[in-house]
Design a protein around this ligand. Sequence first.
Ligand code: NI
Length: 171
Amino acid sequence: MAILKILTYPDPKLKKKSAPVEKIDKEIEKLLDDMAETMSDAPGVGLAAPQVGINLRVVVIDVSARQQDSPGLIELINPVIISTEGVQIEEEGCLSIPGFSSEVKRKAKVKVQGLDRKGKLFEYEGTGLLARAFQHEIDHIDGILYIGRLSRLKRELLKKKIEKALARAEV
Ligand code: NI
């Protein structure tokens, strides 16, 4: 297993819509392993393949350190949200936008379907942080960052702050 480099905003690969996985082979299995290790090393509760420069619909999630009664590592290939319920507004961050967070409106409960590494179709239901992680990571494979889910005003303010921090880092 290997720890992969996590791309950060405004890398253009983060804005690209990812392609579905056509065949689950050794390379995809290795990608899942490396993504899980990269996520736990970061540490984070979720990671999507475009964040490590691979524009494929592959996601790993593990919220077990922060949410009781949640499954451990979840690996999802070609995930889709099949139903949603309610609304939650909580602080949200992203490994690709380090050092920042913002309140983001999300669905309170989601049902997700996707393939595991054996190609078996799985269904997961999540509330709270797990529901948030499903939505956040599936957004990533559609090329959407959480800042894209903010109101225009909040988004512009946060973008300015991020750009300022990036400019400082470059000096
Ligand atoms: Ni993220």
